[in-house]
Design a binder for this molecule. Structure first.
Ligand SMILES: [Zn+2]
Ligand SMILES: [Zn+2]
Length: 380
């Protein structure tokens, strides 16, 4: 039995095109799946959409008025294929036109040819002096820049894009398949115009309609004092220009810090190691040290300094990034025990040991505390 398509829309036979459109819009507004999640409403919306289809296509409406069903395969053959291009449910764009008052498919419409550019990342190797005190470096990047010939338009000079004939400028093409659910319409970006709704008949000779070209650029990068290995500096708008001359992405410069011969770094603190002869550590000394910035300074080593002592030079470390002040320089002292003594030196050391009661030939701890305590502290 043929569906009463007029009844579905609440109309009677002979309703005008304007009435059909009006009735459909009123019903669709309540039933469209975007506004009404009820599964029953969805089913009803499909019925209403089919009725609208059947009654707005003159061929189909003739079949309806003759008491047939234009979506029935047999009847469809009589009225021209309902599944062919531009027929059947393929006219979804028309439905949406009625629903949304024309133009865009569900409000989406063709996508823009112009898109934002990608961000780019480049690594910059710096010496410790440069990360600690800051520098300005020139970097060279291969990137996409705006095409100078067409300024991003992609067209040859004096020409313009034209509406895509495949999708009539909608940017989408629909295909219809019949399934147990009825007719299923799927839409996908138009293959001719890549969804933009426009084609460029005379592409720009410079960029081939891309609107951008590859170029090598040299960019100065200001590296602030106190940056650390792995940090990224963002240069807004210095990334790649987008397709169609779209706004450029950002360029990120990732800092790589080369190891230094003398100094290592831990955040805002610098560290270095110095080796002192045993005698200097015992007697105290003044240690000349060239700092990272080239300044010569004297480090005061107090008499009796132990191996492993850390001497702190306040404010001689790295400047704090985005803050005031500087970290410290930590000087780690290693005391070196002499390994080769001549006869004279050994004699003097033995005299010293005797004077200090540290002569091992007369262990002071003999008979006390047992072997373990003597091993642990043989000079007690
Ligand atoms: Zn161009
Ligand atoms: Zn197209």
């Amino acid at each position: 039995m043929a569906t009463d398509y007029y009844g579905v829309l609440g109309l009677s036979r002979g309703a005008s095109d304007a009435d059909i459109k009006k009735a459909y819009r009123r019903l669709a507004r309540d039933l469209h799946p975007d506004v009404n999640p009820d599964p029953e409403a969805k089913e009803r919306f499909q019925e209403v959409s089919r009725a609208y289809q059947a009654l707005t296509d003159p061929d189909k409406r003739r079949i309806v008025d003759l008491g047939g069903d234009p979506f029935d395969a047999g009847a469809g053959a009589a009225g021209g294929s309902p599944f062919g291009a531009g027929a059947g449910f393929g006219g979804l764009g028309d439905i949406m036109d009625a629903f949304f008052g024309g133009g865009a498919m569900g409000g989406r419409g063709p996508r823009s040819r112009v898109r934002a550019g990608d961000d780019a990342l480049i690594r910059l190797e710096l010496d410790l002096e440069q990360t600690v005190f800051g520098t300005t470096e020139e970097i060279t990047v291969d990137t996409a820049v705006l095409c100078g010939t067409c300024s991003g338009a992609g067209t040859a000079p004096g020409t313009h894009p034209v509406t895509c004939s495949t999708c009539s400028g909608r940017g989408e093409v629909q295909s219809v398949q019949r399934s147990f659910l009825g007719q299923v319409v799927s839409s996908r970006p138009c293959p001719t115009c890549a969804g933009t709704g426009q084609v460029i008949p005379d592409p720009c000779p410079e960029c081939g309609s891309e609107g951008r070209v590859r170029a090598r650029r040299t960019i100065p990068v200001k590296v602030p004092a106190g940056v650390e290995d792995g940090m990224r500096i963002r240069l807004t708008g210095r990334g790649e220009v987008g397709p169609g001359g779209g706004p450029a992405g950002d360029l990120y410069v990732e800092i790589r810090e080369r190891p230094h011969e003398v100094f290592t770094r831990d955040g805002e603190d610098l560290h270095c190691h110095v080796t002192l002869p045993m005698t200097a550590a015992a007697l105290g000394t003044t240690l000349p040290l060239t700092l990272l910035d080239g300044e010569d300074t004297d480090v005061d080593v107090r008499p009796g300094t132990q191996s492993g002592t850390v001497l702190t030079l306040r404010g001689k470390g790295a400047p704090r990034l985005r803050a005031t002040g500087r970290g410290n320089l930590q000087v780690h002292v290693d005391v070196q025990t002499p390994t080769r003594l001549d006869a004279e030196q050994e004699k003097l050391l033995r005299e010293l040991a005797a004077l200090r009661g540290e002569d091992q030939r007369q262990p002071a701890a003999e008979g006390h505390g047992g072997l373990f305590s003597r091993v642990r502290n043989p000079f007690r």
